[in-house]
Design a protein around this ligand. Structure first.
Ligand SMILES: Nc1ncnc2c1ncn2[C@@H]1O[C@H](COP(=O)(O)OP(=O)(O)OP(=O)(O)O)[C@@H](O)[C@H]1O
Ligand SMILES: [Mg+2]
Length: 236
């Protein structure tokens, strides 16, 4: 169905995406050598004896911090590029969410965020790769925590929606204006200092690779709701 022009663009896109992945990989190795050596330097200067050594230690720490930032950016990028489901199985969505929330609970508690589970106990299973989807859900949960630094409420609700099984993640954070909302799935769009902006694009890629969809509703002052829908797995 695609025109020659579309095919050419698709091929070009694939080539660029592959190159970008290789580039990220190539950067990782020298970067880890740099990090390791900076770490050793930091140890050498751990007890600065004079002003000069104190200044050196300060600079070393700055380099260490930026190395850490680059490393996590590359990890996020490779996570985005590589996101492919492997072990897809029919699994109850509520059980999966319970497992993720159990892991997430201590973090939520530390942030003063109350997590409320409202699960419909009568739902068909969905076809998911648990490990793969876990990363997507965790990023959504983490985004909500980060949006509520003074604490708040995070509701996780499951429900039937026609042939879909849906999960709503509803937070009482500040919400987003239209301009932000229009860009949140763009790779590298972030309003956070140090944010890679790859969390939501990766989450979307993961959910869509499982045949699902991801939607968002948000308004300034009224919180944010993400809705993920997965096709119900046929019985058996
Ligand atoms: N629950 C939410 N409430 C308010 N704003 C949100 C929420 N979730 C996402 N956003 C906005 O969407 C932007 C993009 O989110 P995304 O997860 O892709 O990247 P990030 O969180 O900024 O960085 P990273 O996930 O790499 O740490 C965020 O910077 C924030 O502005
Ligand atoms: Mg994020």
């Amino acid at each position: 169905m695609s025109t020659p022009e579309e095919k050419r663009l698709q091929a070009q896109y694939t080539q660029i995406a592959t190159l970008a992945g290789q580039l990220a990989h190539e950067i990782k190795n020298p970067l880890s050598t740099i990090s390791m050596n900076v770490e050793l330097l930091a140890e050498d200067f751990a007890q600065p004896q004079n002003q000069r050594e104190r200044r050196a230690l300060e600079r070393i720490r700055r380099v260490q911090k930026e190395c850490g930032r680059l490393q996590s950016l590359l990890d996020d990028f490779l996570g985005f590029a590589r996101a492919q489901p492997q072990n897809v199985e029919a699994y109850p969505l509520d059980r999966f969410l319970e497992e993720v929330l159990e892991f997430f609970a201590p973090q939520a508690q530390r942030h003063g965020v109350e997590v409320v589970q409202l699960f419909d106990s009568d739902l068909p299973p969905v076809r998911i790769d648990r490990q793969y989807l876990r990363a997507a859900i965790l990023n959504l949960l983490l985004n909500s925590l980060q949006a509520m630094p003074q604490g708040g409420r995070l509701e996780v609700r499951t429900r039937r929606d026609g042939r879909w099984v849906a999960v709503d993640l509803i937070d009482t954070g500040p919400g987003m204006d239209e301009k932000t909302l229009a860009r949140i799935f763009e790779p590298f769009f972030s309003t956070k200092p140090g944010g890679s902006g790859l969390g939501l694009p990766t989450a979307r890629k993961i959910v869509e690779a499982l045949g699902g969809t991801i939607q968002v509703q948000s308004e300034p002052g009224r919180g944010t709701q993400f809705t993920l829908r997965f096709p119900a797995a046929s019985a058996g």
